[in-house]
Design a protein. Structure first.
Length: 326
């Protein structure tokens, strides 16, 4: 399912500018935005109104000569410096204190590790579970500790009014507390290559008490599924789905449909039969043998998938091939 359509539609029905505020700090961000918008609109109307009034009132006409403008007026000068200064002070205080709150996670925050890479997100939970979507409990502060495997990305959840760059070679962090149950969209907000616009994830806010059950089941999925089913789950969760279709259409990478057992040309001109070893090597060392017609852009999954997970993915890819069932 494309995660974007649903939340954006709901948001546009309830708020003229933004999706429905769904985190504890979102309301404050919106209030400040609307305050600045109202102040700007008010002074725009006053200043432009006065300008047109004076243009009309003091225009040169028969019997009235154009007057040179007065060179100095203390009251006016002080007035138009101090009044905007006061508004600026209010906006700065409001913005800065909100910013400090948004930078300082509460001590009891639940920590999730975030890894961004071209072009998918992965979220690692304290029990070791890795997921392609961000699942969080409602009404609990969540701290994200983030890093990138390649270029600069940016984690952006409009419904939470949350955005933070994700940078290779160092950690950035941010936090939020979701206060609405439901699905929200997570975007990459830093241009990171051809599939940047597809670098999406879903944020699932679980009702009170249901998050722990979800996490336990999600972490133990391998034990309750056949290898093919587990492979399909990994295919969706670990980002393969972003670049590899299962319906035969070419995306950034080759389709998995009927891939196993087929004879394929590589960029170096050699021909290779797609078997278990080729698939395993392509997951761990994607650049070793690249299919002709495709760019060497896949990131390695070395150290990120366990052996049994690689085996499950291979079992899933085999199940998508006619060759395998013969
Ligand atoms: Cu990642 Cu844009």
């Amino acid at each position: 399912m494309n995660p974007t359509s649903h939340s954006i539609l709901i948001g546009s029905l309830t708020d003229p500018f933004f999706p429905k505020p769904s985190s504890t700090s979102a309301g404050n961000v919106d209030d400040l935005f609307y305050f600045i918008l109202a102040v700007s609109a008010f002074f725009f109307a006053v200043i432009v109104g006065a300008m047109f009034l004076f243009i009309f009132k003091y225009r040169e006409r028969p019997g009235v000569d154009a007057q040179p403008s007065p060179s100095h007026n203390n009251l006016l000068e002080v007035g138009w410096s101090v009044v905007p200064g006061l508004f600026l002070g209010v906006i700065f205080y409001w913005g800065f204190t909100s910013y400090l709150d948004m930078r300082q996670p509460p001590d009891n925050s639940y920590e999730i590790q975030v890894t961004a890479k071209k072009w998918s997100w992965s979220f690692t939970y304290p029990n070791g579970h890795v997921d392609n979507n961000l699942h969080v409990p409602i009404d609990k502060p969540v701290r994200l500790v983030m890093s990138s495997d390649d270029v600069i990305h940016s984690l952006y959840i409009p419904s939470f009014r949350l955005k933070m760059d994700v940078i290779p070679g160092r950690y950035t962090s941010t936090w939020f507390e979701a206060n609405s149950v439901g699905d929200f969209v997570l975007f990459c907000a830093e241009y990171c290559g051809t599939q940047h616009s597809q670098m999406l994830a879903k944020v699932v806010v679980h009702p009170s008490g249901e998050f722990d059950t979800w996490l336990e089941n999600a972490a133990n999925f391998m034990e309750t599924m056949t290898p093919e089913q587990a492979g399909e789950t990994l295919y969706q969760r670990r980002g393969c789905i972003q670049c590899h279709s299962v319906d035969g259409s070419a995306k950034t990478g080759p389709s998995f449909l009927d891939a196993y057992g087929s004879l394929q040309s590589m960029t170096d001109g050699t021909q290779i039969k797609v078997d278990e070893n080729y698939l395993r090597e392509s997951i761990l060392e994607p650049q070793a043998k690249v299919r002709a017609g495709y760019k060497p852009v896949m990131p390695t999954y070395q150290g990120q998938l366990k052996n049994e997970e690689i085996a499950a993915l291979i079992a899933y890819i085999k199940s998508l091939s006619k060759e395998a069932s013969q």
